[in-house]
Design a protein around this ligand. Structure first.
Ligand code: ADP
Ligand code: MG
Length: 722
């Protein structure tokens, strides 16, 4: 069967070629499927190939006497075929026995071709590589690699590269080997910039560092005496060298963009541009509460930033419910007071509405008193309404523009946008942030940018990925919040939980039921939520149970939300897509089904939707025990963190431990800027070195710095600057 496929592939590729080539196109060599696959993997330049490191290695450098091969060993043996036969029971298979002077080993193939039998005919001498099963009573290898014996043994381990189906390992090996010969790997580190990594003894017994060329040659073709564990855990000096260089490239790139940004101009935003009391003071006066100390502190940090003629690039982080929106609103007020426009954006329409509704309720009358308007821009707006909004924005009559990323589409012309606030910034793409920066181009300036996130970034990440970002942190919740009690319950006890819902609703409370997100399939998500909705409706007679999911038309969503907000609806079933922005203080119980499928930080955000009122609130995390008892246990262990702490920072720290940095970086991933080699959790020494070195290098060796960044990041460095 694989044969048939391999002979069909070129024909298919041929057909595709004919189909895409325009009739008049000049005759040019078309890329082969393997070449295309290389490009797809990002292996374009020689340096990309040189930095494409093996996943693991195979040791073909020696032959193990069969007698010495133990159960579980991966070995290469050499022997003569003494038997070769096809067996039909219990299933069709090819059995081949090879023998050397020390013992024998049986090779077993469940799929095979006539050519196999020919190569492994009795009397043939074979070199066979695979994992030994069994021991003294009979050694076996299942589907080993084999070829006729002969030829020299290689001196180095054989690399096995990460690859894809269209890119055969042998082709990739040749491509990498070729690239290693061609590529310029001259040092870019200044002579006085040795990274803090282990030295090694060269042939002359001199202690020195691996340079990049040595490190890479070694990692592609290590000598067989290497301790494989040090390659696996990246602690080998050659790995250390690579990690140091990678971190340096990343730090340099971020520092460059920080310095570039410092040269850009932005409007100076200071309150007091209009007559009467400044807008932010008016806003403070209508707020039904006093700011917390933390809110005041970060508010001042932001006010200082936007009063400077350099674009702000600040992340405001604070736990769910810590009151970030008010802080953003105060900045907006200063901006508007100074005579400029401000945009507030959230990733979805519902979030925009939910996050900013209160705020707009407070600001709108104050703006109206000045003859100014608030404009809304969301995806599904009617043409006429949208046109009206666009006019308000272009004329400058709307000084506050609220919405989704529809706000930064090309067709939206601001009169003078000076401050953009992005809520849940990790859900915005790099391209969107770049587009935003263009919005003030007519003035030769860039707007100030304030990003908000309830997923706090752990310190190492902030240092590493957000080196060009200033961070403000709200580390205090407003007073009077009742802590949320979190319980982990196996889903086999779902009925009990439903009983508890009944009691809550009878006591006049409201309940959220969050259905699991099935990434691969929105349709499955939906059918799941629909089924849950039906189940709950049946189990809770007399209670209004609503359903909210991402595919619903906006008006329908709004109708459901309104019923829930007005407390007519007791239970709201929803998928996560829409959940995060809901603010209903009377809701005091949240049930999250298949909680094990969520990230901890995501669960924390969800949980933050209850506990907003005075009533004691609870969050029930249902975890699945269906799959197998053990899986259930692991899931529970991971979720324990949720029950143990309500502190979003602590949860983020544990999430980082469990899931790695990807989760936190969100859109930055799309820039492929994630570290490939270094690990922020363990390579802190190298990171410290890279941070320090980056400053010195940019000042004293700018040409080397540029070469270093180009080598490591190529075209990707732009993404890091967004
Ligand atoms: P988040 O940081 O999650 O965006 P919000 O800004 O939505 O938090 O605030 C959560 C709730 O707390 C809102 O209802 C808001 O009005 C209220 N709030 C904000 N600051 C304070 C404060 N200092 N005292 C009391 N309530 C506050
Ligand atoms: Mg918020």
């Amino acid at each position: 069967m694989p044969r048939a496929r391999s002979s069909a592939a070129p024909a298919g590729a041929e057909a595709a070629r004919v189909a895409v080539a325009p009739a008049s196109a000049p005759a040019r060599a078309q890329p082969s499927p393997a070449q295309k696959a290389l490009h797809k993997l990002g292996l374009v330049r020689d340096i990309d190939l040189a930095l494409h490191l093996p996943l693991r290695y195979e040791d073909e450098t020696r032959i193990t006497p069969i007698r010495n091969a133990r159960d579980g060993d991966s070995v290469q043996i050499e022997g003569t075929v003494v038997a070769c036969e096809v067996q039909l029971r219990p299933r069709r298979q090819l059995l081949v026995t090879v023998e050397d002077e020390t013992g024998s080993c049986e090779l077993r193939f469940f799929s095979f071709y006539p050519s196999h039998q020919k190569t492994m005919a009795v009397g043939a001498r074979l070199r066979v590589r695979g994992e030994i099963k069994g021991g003294f009573w009979g050694r076996q290898m299942l589907h080993p690699a084999f070829r006729l014996a002969g030829g020299e043994l290689p001196a180095a381990l054989t690399p096995v590269y990460p690859t894809v189906a269209q890119l055969p390992q042998a082709y990739l090996r040749r491509a990498v080997a070729g690239a290693l010969l061609r590529v310029d790997l001259s040092d870019t580190l200044p002579p006085d910039a040795d990274p803090p990594v282990h030295h090694f003894h060269d042939q002359n017994g001199v202690q020195r560092l691996w340079n990049l060329r040595e490190a890479l040659s070694f990692l592609h073709h290590p000598t067989p005496d290497v301790a494989l564990a040090t390659l696996q855990d990246h602690s080998h000096p050659a790995w250390q060298r690579l990690k140091a260089e990678e971190l340096l490239a990343q730090q340099l790139s971020q520092l460059q963009s920080k310095r570039e940004r410092a040269r850009l101009r932005a409007p100076v935003l200071r309150a007091g541009g209009s007559a009467g009391a400044p807008l932010h003071e008016q806003l403070l006066a209508v707020l039904p509460f006093a700011l917390t100390g933390a809110q005041r502190r970060v508010g001042e940090e932001i006010a200082r930033d936007i009063a400077r003629p350099v674009p702000m690039h600040r992340l405001l982080q604070g736990d769910v419910g810590s009151g970030k929106t008010v802080v953003a609103a105060l900045a907006a007020a200063v901006c508007i007071d100074a005579g400029w426009q401000c945009a507030l954006m959230a990733p979805t329409e519902i979030l925009a509405e939910q996050h900013f509704a209160k705020l707009i309720g407070w600001l709108e009358p104050l703006l109206a008193a000045r003859g100014q308007r608030v404009a809304w821009l969301v995806g599904g707006q009617k043409k006429k309404e949208r046109a009206a909004m666009l006019a308000l924005i272009a004329s400058g009559e709307a000084t506050l523009v609220v919405g989704t990323h529809a706000v930064i589409q090309d067709s939206v012309q601001f009169r003078n946008l000076a401050l953009a606030v992005i809520d849940e910034q990790h859900r915005f793409g790099v391209a969107q942030r770049l587009a935003l920066r263009q919005k003030l181009a007519d003035h030769g300036m860039e707007p100030h940018l304030l990003m908000m996130s309830a997923t706090p970034i752990p310190r190492t990440l902030a240092m590493s990925y957000y080196a060009d970002l200033d961070v403000s942190t709200i580390d205090e919740l407003p007073p009077g919040r009742t802590p949320i009690v979190t319980k982990l319950i196996a889903d086999s006890r779902k009925d009990e939980v439903i009983g508890r819902i009944g009691a809550q609703v009878a006591a006049g409370r409201q309940v959220y039921w969050v259905c699991p997100l099935i990434e691969e399939s929105e349709a499955l998500d939906l059918s799941n939520a629909t089924a849950t909705h039906a189940d709950l409706s049946e189990a809770l007679p007399g209670v209004m149970v609503g359903l909210l999911h991402s595919r619903m038309p906006g008006a329908e969503k709004k109708a459901v939300m309104d019923l829930f907000k007005s407390a007519q609806m007791g239970v709201l079933v929803s998928t996560t897509v829409i959940e995060v922005g809901v603010d209903v203080p009377n809701a005091s119980l949240m049930v999250i089904e298949h909680a094990e499928r969520f990230g901890l930080s995501q669960l924390h955000q969800l949980r933050g939707r209850v506990g907003r009122g005075a009533a004691a609130s609870a969050c029930v995390l249902l975890y699945s025990t269906n799959d197998s008892g053990r899986l259930g246990e692991t899931a529970r262990d991971r979720l324990k963190a949720m029950a143990e702490t309500n502190d979003g920072f602590e949860i983020a720290r544990r999430d980082l431990e469990i899931r790695g940095p990807g989760e936190f970086l969100g859109a930055r991933q799309s820039g492929d800027a994630l570290l490939r080699f270094a690990d922020l959790a363990t390579d802190t020494l190298l990171l410290d070195w890279a941070r320090e070195q980056a400053v010195a290098m940019l000042d004293r060796h700018p040409a080397l710095a540029e070469r270093h960044v180009q080598r490591w990041l190529g075209g990707k460095s732009d993404y890091l600057k967004a």
